[in-house]
Design a protein around this ligand. Structure first.
Ligand code: GEK
Length: 244
């Protein structure tokens, strides 16, 4: 990897701590940041491809909400076997969407990816057979998460799926602390220093609000999904499959 693509966003001591933002600096190193910060990220992306092959319905829409650089949308594009679908990838970070639009489209793919720079809380979601929220709901204000899930559910076809991946917390504070420690050991093993780990943790504190697996499942069932089950978990990171 070229050194300018390596995540060093929190490597130097920060004098005036600020909340984490998805700006140009983060977008420039984002693939490296995700790979070294989310246990199982490549496996989740691979399974989004597999799930798309299984669940995409002819003539439907596939959404990647909080797409960042479009990794999930691109996985859906690779897995897509259904005809006449649209793939819509949305993020409210101009830095992320700007980089997505510079990437060449795969001309041989059955559907091209449409990138939109907007707030997913006001995005139109309709006729969807697949919706992916890969580590995005955790950045939505907790008070607006029910509304977000209701909008997704109402915009989906019967038999459609929502893939919801999130960092989670555990109800037992001791277990929660233990899993956070194990997670930090994972980051250290991936080359992050104590300083990088603690400065990023502080920057994310008010921005990334994790909930328990139970909170997520209850909200999905309350929104109307027939089932909502964890299909992937590693430490305090998980992904659920909710079926309408
Ligand atoms: C991946 N899914 O590689 N509206 C639109 N975008 C938002 C909003 C919002 N209200 N809130 C946050 N975002 C990707 C990774 S990253 C996860 C997703 C992480 C966007 C935000 O700008 C960022 O790009 C993304 O959600 C979260 O599979 O960094 O841990």
């Amino acid at each position: 990897m070229n050194n300018s693509n390596k995540d060093r966003v929190f490597a130097e001591a920060i004098k005036k701590p600020q909340d984490f933002v998805f700006d140009e600096k983060v977008a420039a190193v984002f693939p490296d940041m995700l790979l070294r910060s989310i246990p199982g990220y490549p496996a989740i992306i691979g399974m989004i491809e597999t799930l798309t092959a299984q669940f995409a319905q002819n003539g439907s829409r596939l959404y990647d909400l909080g797409c960042s650089l479009g990794a999930s949308a691109q996985a859906m594009q690779r897995g897509l076997k259904a005809d006449k679908c649209r793939i819509i990838a949305i993020d409210n970070s101009p830095a992320m969407i700007g980089k997505c639009c510079q990437q060449p489209q795969n001309a041989a793919a059955p559907a091209k990816i449409e990138y939109l720079c907007e707030d997913i809380l006001s995005s139109k979601i309709s006729d969807a057979s697949i919706v992916v929220m890969n580590f995005t709901l955790q950045f939505v204000e907790p008070g607006r998460r029910c509304e977000m899930l209701d909008r997704i559910y109402n915009g989906m076809r019967p038999g459609g799926i929502l893939i919801l991946s999130e960092k989670v917390r555990f109800a037992d504070p001791a277990v929660n602390e233990l899993l956070i420690e194990v997670y930090h050991a994972f980051k250290k093993a991936n080359g992050y220093s104590e300083l990088e780990i603690s400065q990023k943790r502080a920057a994310l504190e008010k921005v990334l609000i994790p909930e328990s697996i139970r909170d997520h499942r209850d909200r999905l069932i309350r929104a109307g999904f027939k089932s909502a089950d964890v299909w992937f978990q590693c430490f305090n990171f998980m992904s659920m499959l909710a079926i309408k």
